[in-house]
Design a protein around this ligand. Structure first.
Ligand code: HEM
Length: 176
């Protein structure tokens, strides 16, 4: 999760130094995808953030959050404990739901982390009221969120802040 995703595509180097003299991507005018990948890696995010950086910015903005949700939703759709609830499985067991669900969870997370307003889905009560989610179901999802943030390298502070937001929705989501 790097900082602003918007700049990432501009990082292709356009130096005209001695083409062919070396095989580095910069000099050969080849987009350096290794560098792009590194920028998408939260481990390479700047050590020092502006003091007033929002959690959204510190998570890497749209690219960082969408990247994490992409992995998270794949894991949720396969998680045995999450899918133990038949009503949840009715949704999560259908791969055709993955793309739309990724969009909704990404945009919800962007807003929840203090980013721009972009979420078009239901509020958390309404979204889950027909699912009879119990404490065990919530804990299973919460564990997957934490594991995924850790997996993609979100630093401890940001991970804690995001998990506090998730926890604050427990009473809205758990309705069984
Ligand atoms: C704080 C934790 C959670 C967040 C932030 C969250 C987020 C969301 C969002 C944004 C949606 C889309 C709402 C819409 O369709 O308008 C959604 C739907 C859904 N969530 Fe959650 N969720 C959470 C917890 C859970 C848990 C614990 C489960 C299951 C154990 C779950 C299962 C589902 C399912 C199955 C849907 C699709 C419902 C349907 O369209 O019929 N969610 N959730």
């Amino acid at each position: 999760m790097a900082r602003s995703g918007r700049r990432r595509g501009r990082s292709i180097v356009t130096t005209t130094d001695t083409p062919g003299a070396t095989s580095t991507p910069e000099q050969a005018h080849i987009p350096d995808t290794r560098r792009l990948a590194a920028e998408a890696d939260p481990a390479t995010a700047p050590e020092v953030q502006p003091e007033d950086a929002t959690l959204y910015e510190r998570l890497g903005g749209c690219y960082g959050i969408a990247g994490a949700v992409d992995i998270l939703v794949d894991r949720l759709f396969q998680n045995v404990k999450v899918n133990a609830n038949d009503m949840v499985h009715k949704h999560h067991g259908n791969p055709a739901n993955a793309a739309g669900y990724k969009w909704l969870v990404t945009s919800w997370s962007i807003e929840a982390a203090g980013g721009p307003r972009c979420y078009i889905g239901h509020d958390m009560d309404t979204a889950h009221e027909h699912l009879a989610i119990d404490t065990a179901g919530f804990d299973a999802v919460s564990k997957e969120i934490e594991a995924t943030l850790d997996f993609v390298g979100v630093p401890d502070q940001e991970l804690r802040e995001f998990m506090e937001i998730i926890e604050s929705y427990r009473s809205k989501v758990v309705q069984a």
